[in-house]
Design a protein around this ligand. Structure first.
Ligand code: KIV
Ligand code: NA
Length: 267
């Protein structure tokens, strides 16, 4: 049997074959996509995609643990990475360790992800020195949506580009095994990828990143509106609508359940 990928495997892919990743929040979806990915992220985007909230801020450690445990138990090949939600890690390295260790123990996942650059570097160092692999996340950091003034692409002036490059360098030097680079201008993503020694995972970033990630429901064409950086590789909303419509007609016309869908008495 092939063994599950680890953070060390992902770290070793710098400059190599592109790393493929997607989000997953449920057993059913994780099982379907696991043959095609190197890692699955149980993202706090589940607050928006799965719970209908308008930001990721209301995701909780308990939500992350329940969904994370489902994704780990449904899969055997990809590394599973779990987002630390807003408010559960920023106050101190000790707070982050308490949350991250509970998430790792409660799910069996192989790594956590947290948002932030230079300000989070000491926390990333603290966790990685204590046995917790950390994926960092810089650029458009959705937990900071209120401070950023909305979900907006980042790095449009020289000062912002320098700050975000320094964020990427700081988290890599602090021991992050990979860095998500989200929603930044393409040349900045290229520059971060060239300058840091660990893989960059792009989303709304650049084809030159060491890997790519998308929210699964977005790329499957299940979500009503998607950011411009998403390519919809599937059209599942239409397929779901057709199936639900066919079911509704069959019920109304008493064609379902059919003879094969009912139990006949044995005696
Ligand atoms: O929560 C999430 O889905 C993410 C990815 C899009 C990187 O953080
Ligand atoms: Na996230």
């Amino acid at each position: 049997a092939t063994k599950r990928r680890t953070a060390v495997d992902i770290r070793g892919r710098k400059g190599g074959e592109p790393i493929v990743s997607l989000t997953a929040y449920s057993a059913v979806m994780a099982r379907l996509v696991e043959p095609h990915v190197d890692f699955l992220l149980v993202g706090d985007s589940l607050a928006m995609v799965e719970y209908g909230m308008d930001s990721t801020l209301a995701a909780t450690p308990d939500m992350m643990i329940r969904h994370g445990a489902a994704v780990v138990s449904a899969t055997s090949l990809p590394l599973v990475v779990i987002d630390l939600p807003f408010g559960s890690y920023e106050a101190s390295p000790e707070q982050a360790f308490a949350t991250a260790s509970a998430v790792m123990a409660g799910t069996g996942a192989g790594a956590v992800k947290l948002e932030g650059g230079q300000a989070m570097a000491p926390t990333i160092r603290f966790l990685s020195d204590r046995g917790i692999p950390v994926m960092a996340h810089v650029g458009l950091t959705p937990q900071a949506v209120n401070a950023l003034g909305g979900f907006r692409s980042q790095g449009h002036d020289e000062a912002a580009r320098r700050r975000i490059l320094e964020d990427g360098q700081a988290v890599a030097e602090a021991g992050a095994f990979a860095v998500v680079v989200e929603g930044v201008v393409e040349p900045l993503a290229d520059e971060i990828t060239a300058q840091i020694g660990v893989p960059t995972i792009g989303i709304g970033a650049s084809v030159s990143c060491d890997g790519q990630i998308l929210v699964l429901e977005d790329m499957l064409g299940l979500t009503p509106r998607v950011p411009r950086f998403v390519h919809t590789f599937g059209a599942l909303a239409g397929a779901v609508d057709e199936a639900a419509s066919a079911y509704a007609s069959a019920v109304k016309e008493r064609r379902f359940p059919g003879p094969g869908n009912v139990y006949k008495p044995r005696g």
